[in-house]
Design a protein around this ligand. Structure first.
Ligand code: ZN
Length: 373
């Protein structure tokens, strides 16, 4: 029997389709999904439909639980929090019921799987150290354990002497007497996304007694955005610019994430009066302006050859009343701009990107605005 073990799809349909096609091409008998089908990405309903149609077994991840209302979204960062609420709205009642019905562990072949860890599967702890791996080997006696959650592929082995160590390499034989804990990494949201990032999953062959990682190309710009907060993220926005700066560099491709933009915009983000047709809006993003900030850095970068964009900044007071607005056209990107004198009392700034004319959409590579002292 050959299993494909996938995890952390995160509503990234493009990457999921690629992984499923790869697994089918290898002639797997069954596909097991270790959870986090939804969360973060642009197409939760489509991703869930694909998992339901293709995976014989699936278990719950923390993002699935958050969308289903079984896990507290307040513990999430803004990006994850917003996505969970948006995904809840994007799924049918039946889909949400399916997510709430997912078990926390499952068994296939000689393996046992959990999304986070085996000490408390419903609490989604991480196995990212030898100590955590040892605790997992103690918590479950299956010879082969699978977990996801960290988005980083790795293998721990427990020798007959009880010593736990990491195993390097992309494939290994399951030796009798030893026990293994395998994390297949993430199909839809590899943590090292960027140059060289790979969408990964694992093949488990019960006859050959082999586990092998599959690494597939991952196209960040096509579907997944990192470090960008959707427009409705209003909680915990008190963080200073440093917090934003620390977030991963935003990589967007306007074409691929149009659905994401639309969904984020419809998700309760407040609308200011516009002097451009709303249909030309590509994306909007509201940031807090902490006391003492005197500039805004939109961190906007357009791809080479992209049509220009119109960037509008609307400054708002504590009651969301408009204080001042300015609009400018940019051909390649926008850098730091002083906040106008009149708007220095503003507590928020809403930055909206519009296309300048009907026709091709601008290709946005980065947009992660922040306020600067
Ligand atoms: Zn995840």
């Amino acid at each position: 029997m050959r299993y494909a073990v996938i995890s952390d799809v995160h509503a990234n349909v493009e990457a999921l389709e690629r992984a499923l096609a790869d697994a089918r091409g290898l002639g797997v008998d069954e596909i097991v999904c270790l959870g986090d089908i939804v969360g973060y990405g642009p197409l939760p309903a489509e991703a869930l439909a694909l998992v339901r149609a293709n995976c014989e077994t699936a278990i719950a991840g923390n993002h699935d639980d958050a969308v289903a209302g079984r896990f507290d979204v307040e513990s999430f960062n803004d990006l994850a929090h917003d996505a969970a609420l948006r995904h809840r709205g994007a799924l049918s009642r039946e889909d949400v019921a399916y997510l709430s019905s997912l078990p926390y562990t499952c068994r296939f072949g000689e393996a046992e799987a959990a999304h986070g860890d085996f000490t408390k599967p419903e609490e989604f702890r991480y196995v990212n150290s030898r100590e955590a791996a040892a605790a997992n080997f103690a918590a479950d006696d299956a010879p082969l354990l699978f977990v996801g959650h960290t988005h980083v592929p790795c293998v721990f082995v427990r020798g007959e002497d009880g010593v736990v160590s990491r195993l390097e390499g992309d494939s290994f034989t399951l030796e009798r007497g030893k026990r293994y804990l395998v994390n297949p990494g993430s199909v839809g949201y590899p943590r090292d996304a960027g140059a060289g990032a790979a969408s990964t999953y694992a093949i488990y062959d019960t006859v050959e007694r082999m586990v092998a990682f599959r690494r597939l190309p991952f196209y960040v710009g096509s579907v997944m955005q990192r470090g960008v907060q959707p427009a409705s993220a209003t909680r915990r926005r008190r963080a200073l610019c440093a917090a934003f700066a620390a977030m991963a560099f935003a990589v967007l491709a306007a074409a691929g994430v149009a659905a994401w933009f639309a969904a984020a915009k419809d998700d309760g983000g407040e609308e200011a009066a516009m002097d451009v047709a709303p249909s030309m809006l590509i994306y909007c993003h509201t940031i807090d302006i902490p006391v003492g900030c005197r500039a805004i850095d939109p961190k906007l970068k357009l791809a080479k050859g992209s049509p220009p964009v119109l960037l509008q900044t609307v400054y708002l007071d504590g009651q969301n009343r408009e204080i001042e607005r300015e609009s400018r056209q940019y051909k390649s990107g926008a850098k730091r701009r002083k906040i106008p004198q009149k708007a220095l009392v503003a507590v928020k700034a809403k930055l909206s990107i519009y296309r300048t004319a009907e026709g091709d959409k601008p290709i946005i590579e980065a947009f992660s605005p922040c306020a600067l002292p």
